[in-house]
Design a protein around this ligand. Structure first.
Ligand code: GLU
Length: 357
């Protein structure tokens, strides 16, 4: 796994060239427009206070429930953040996206597919269930699949395996990452469901006989501290062919970006994934810590933090924000209309008003 500068042109580099050729006044107007727009969405949903932070991991219930941050970052590194974008919280299931990419790089598509499928499960994220025909977990975004993926992380010792995971996270975030040890201990002392899932997989030969070690790694990856701004950067990196738009570093080999994004589109949002693909139409992942990370392929990333969760486990404000932004900016990946961001990327197209506002 060599991680050097990308040798391909990225969407961000292409956009930067277009921006450089743009009238600076027009560009400034568009930047201002985007900022005002993100502010207006934050205003719109600040009062939405339904739902509660997760409490099945006791430490997660200790957060300030009204924190609310929205961060947007384009593939050429232009950012907008509003609200609590610097507040740290645990990444939880959003880590599954990053570690899945790591396993693909380490073992290749076929070997990973032998262990973990890519089919939406129709079951809760923490269901103690495997695909009856293949014995594999349904996909890498449910706990069973993510634990199987963590088992695939290479390394001679537990410390080596964790160091590799944290190194991959660093490439996405552009800075060293830390684990919230309170969250880690809290999940370790209550995570009997995940233990049951892991032993079921051990009995079927899906994971190796080192259950405690693998569960420790899985819980550690879920306990990594991030901010909404970090989530936008993860999204923008995946949108930018795997290249971090702020550092130029390759976080994920280009050939695996599509694997990670297609599974995120179909399985990333718990039992809302189908409706999410229909309404929002963006690869994304949410976590019980209250974060949502969404990818606008070729264009940028979106990070939302608001820990009050709806009944399916997604951030309630996060869902509302993403639904509006997809519609207003016209960025549903299957929408045939020209999107606001498509126009934004071109130098000679007037910026359309956001739809329906
Ligand atoms: N660490 C959490 C668990 O395994 C992650 C859950 C989530 O964010 O979906 O339960």
């Amino acid at each position: 796994m060599e991680h050097l500068e990308s040798t391909h042109t990225t969407p961000g580099e292409e956009r930067a060239l277009r921006v450089a050729a743009m009238d600076p006044a027009v560009h400034a107007e568009r930047v201002q427009w985007m900022h005002d727009y993100v502010v207006s969405v934050h205003e719109r949903y600040r009062g939405l206070d339904g739902g509660e932070p997760a409490s099945y991991i006791p430490e997660l219930a200790m957060v300030e429930p009204d924190h609310f941050g929205i961060s947007v970052l384009t593939t050429d590194g232009q950012g907008n953040g509003v609200g609590d974008v610097g507040v740290e919280f645990s990444i939880q299931s959003i880590s599954k996206v990053l570690v899945y990419g790591l396993a693909l790089e380490a073992l290749g598509r076929e070997r990973v597919l032998e262990r973990v499928g890519v089919e939406p499960s129709g079951e809760r994220f923490n269901a103690i269930v495997l695909d009856e025909e293949s014995n594999r977990p349904f996909n890498p975004m449910v706990n069973a699949g993510a634990i199987a993926v963590s088992d695939l992380v290479p390394g001679a010792t537990p410390a080596d395996r964790l160091a590799l995971v944290l190194e991959v996270f660093r490439r996405y975030l552009g800075h060293p990452v830390e684990i919230d040890w309170d969250v880690y201990r809290s999940e370790k002392s209550t995570g009997n469901r995940n233990r049951a899932i892991a032993y079921l997989m051990l009995s079927k030969g899906i994971i190796d006989d080192r259950v405690d070690e693998t569960l420790d790694l899985y819980v550690a990856q879920c306990s990594v501290k991030v901010t909404a701004a970090d989530l936008a950067l993860i999204g923008a990196t995946l949108a930018n062919a795997g290249v971090n738009p702020l550092t130029g570093e390759v976080a994920l080999e280009r050939q695996y970006v599509r694997d990670v994004l297609s599974v995120s589109l179909t399985c990333g949002m718990y039992d809302y994934s189908g409706e999410w693909a229909y309404r929002v139409g963006l690869p994304a992942k949410s976590g019980v810590g209250g974060g949502i990370m969404a990818v606008l392929p070729g264009m940028g990333g979106l990070g939302v933090y608001s820990p009050r969760l709806d009944h399916l486990g997604n951030s309630a404000r996060g869902i509302a924000v993403c639904e509006d932004m997809s519609e207003d900016l016209g960025v549903h990946i299957f929408a045939p209309e020209d999107s606001w961001l498509t126009a934004y990327r071109q130098i000679d197209t007037p910026v359309p008003s956001p739809r329906g506002r």
